[in-house]
Design a protein. Structure first.
Length: 548
């Protein structure tokens, strides 16, 4: 591992450190990028044009299929990287939705891995059983959006969903117990710790100590209303129509469905990740772990009473790991350092995943695929013969047929939690999940992952989930590492539950974020004077060590 150089004058040492950092961040040769081949296979198949790729916001025909020339103009801009070519892209609606930041992945970063130096494996194809399994899960999530998590063990809809995902989808890869989806595993992330204890991470429940402002994490809630279940509404969104025709109008929360409460169901989680500042969950977790002033007794159960331990290899540490008895950290290896680092890594994660979204994969959104299914089943039967049959079978004669077609509109569209539907950028990978993977990795490096969190809590159903009560004893106990992993899973799955992302958008992107964070930490290792070594557990269970 590279370390700092100490035997030169400061100016020479500075140049040497920057050169070493550049070598650390720039692998050679650069990796090759491989998509799943759908764009080539289905760009002009029996008159069908790019039906397996993202195209929301461009011009579309009556079946929601993109105008071929418009898609090729978009491709020309993505390949040329000329800013003027992006201004030549034809949008479906003047003053409507605009494409989100297709040039972000072309930016360079001066710290951490270059945005184009990492890869995402090809996502599942629409002609695969894996894709059917992912879409089946999204339909069941839409059906179950308003079922509280604490009711999952006894709820009939959850039981039906678990049976459907276990038996109707041969390549469903969500977490299972004994080879089957259960109420304890359903809709959870497949990362260590995500299956332990309550569904929601403790870091989304405990008060956040913003200095002397202990902030309860009760959230604004959305009413139980789904969107884009009518085909004409869906088609308008594909063509770029905004929910509000005013192009400057912000996206707002519908009239709330009740007083603020703790996150207690999928719709709450989807609403939270609809309006969050992208790194706020991890800054909140950081502040909770650092601890804060304890209010006068009796303290509410939502507050940690002491800080978590920092990593054993931290140069200054928090008890019980005090590695320096004469110093404490601040600008390096102190609270300000870690507080800003969780935000710093987020923008680097965005640039990296945006390159994968626009310049490599261009995976269609689940919202778009729901339109393909509705046309294929309902409007122009057999229109898309390449679609794997398992999702069609479940919708038309299997478990999902009890809920579809929509009783009000007769459509097989995937109900959306957001009025505007999915954002105007491709699906793979999830930006929320990439940022989650990066920020959680930073926190796992800084803090002792084995530290058992005191006073675990759950929302109280008897008060409408507006207060917290002690959680049932968990086996194994809830630890910093497990609950940070669960936090990343909650955020990624929340976007899936809204209907805007696929499962692999999350599962692959958090690992991409992890690589970004480790690369950043390894590069920054060159710049510190302290002797330290930080150890973290990757999402695959292996260890990574940063330091010297």
């Amino acid at each position: 591992m590279l370390t700092r150089r100490v035997h030169f004058p400061r100016d020479a040492q500075t140049r040497s450190t920057r050169l070493d950092a550049a070598r650390e961040a720039s692998p050679f040769p650069y990796p090759s990028y491989r998509d799943n081949g759908e764009e080539a296979d289905y760009r002009d198949l029996d008159g069908l044009t790019y039906v397996a790729n993202y195209s929301k916001g461009l011009r579309h025909n009556h079946a929601g299929e993109v105008n071929r020339q418009d898609y090729r103009v978009m491709l020309r801009a993505l390949y040329s990287a000329e800013p003027v070519d992006f201004e030549r892209i034809h949008l479906g609606r003047f003053g409507g939705l605009r494409l989100v930041n297709p040039q972000a992945g072309l930016a360079f970063d001066l710290e951490g891995p270059d945005p184009q130096s990492l890869v995402l494996p090809p996502p599942p194809r629409i002609d695969s059983a894996q894709n059917s399994g992912e879409m089946g899960e999204l339909y069941w999530m839409a059906v179950a959006r308003d079922i509280p998590f604490d009711q999952y063990p006894a709820d009939g809809t959850i039981a039906a969903a678990a049976t459907s995902l276990s038996t109707e989808f041969s390549d469903f890869r969500g977490p299972k117990t004994g080879g089957a989806v259960t109420p304890q595993t359903i809709f959870r992330g497949d990362v260590p710790g995500a299956l332990d204890g309550p569904y929601i991470s403790q870091f989304l429940l405990h008060d956040v100590p913003y200095g002397t402002l202990p902030l309860p994490q009760r959230v604004l809630i959305a009413p139980p209303i789904d969107f884009l279940t009518d085909f004409n509404d869906w088609l308008d969104r594909q063509r770029g129509a905004r929910p509000d025709p005013n192009p400057t109008a912000p996206i707002t929360l519908p009239i709330p469905g009740g007083p603020p409460r703790y996150i207690s169901r999928l719709r709450d989680l989807a609403t939270y990740v609809h309006f969050d500042a992208l790194f706020q969950e991890y800054l909140n977790a950081c502040l909770i772990l650092l601890g804060g002033p304890v209010p006068p007794p009796p303290p509410p159960p939502a507050n940690f009473r002491r800080p978590a331990a920092w990593d054993p290899g931290h140069p200054y540490g928090i008890r019980p790991y005090i590695n320096s008895r004469r110093q404490e950290g601040f600008g390096t290896f102190g609270a300000p350092h870690i507080q800003t680092l969780v935000a710093e890594v987020a923008t680097r994660a965005l640039k990296t995943v945006w390159f994968q979204k626009w310049q490599v994969h261009r995976r269609l959104r689940p919202e778009e695929f729901g339109g393909r299914l509705d046309v294929h089943i309902n409007r122009i039967p057999g229109r898309y013969p390449m679609i794997d049959s398992e999702i069609v079978s479940s919708l038309t004669g299997g478990g999902l047929s009890a809920h579809f077609p929509d009783p009000g509109t007769g459509s097989y569209l995937l109900p959306q939690a957001f009025e505007e539907g999915a954002p105007c950028h491709p699906s793979y990978g999830s930006d929320h999940a990439t940022v989650a993977g990066a920020c959680v990795t930073i926190l796992k490096a800084w803090f002792d992952e084995s530290f058992v969190l005191p006073d675990p809590v759950v929302p109280d159903p008897t008060t409408g989930y507006t207060t917290l009560i002690p959680a049932p004893a968990a086996t194994p106990p809830l630890t910093v590492g497990g609950e940070l992993n669960k936090l990343a899973a909650n955020v990624g799955v929340g976007r899936n539950a809204a209907g805007v992302h696929w499962s692999t958008d999350f599962t692959e992107a958090i690992r991409l974020g992890e690589e970004i964070a480790i690369g950043l930490l390894e590069e920054q290792n060159l710049t510190y004077n302290e002797d330290y070594h930080l150890t973290l557990t990757r999402f695959d269970g292996t260890a990574a060590v940063i330091g010297r």
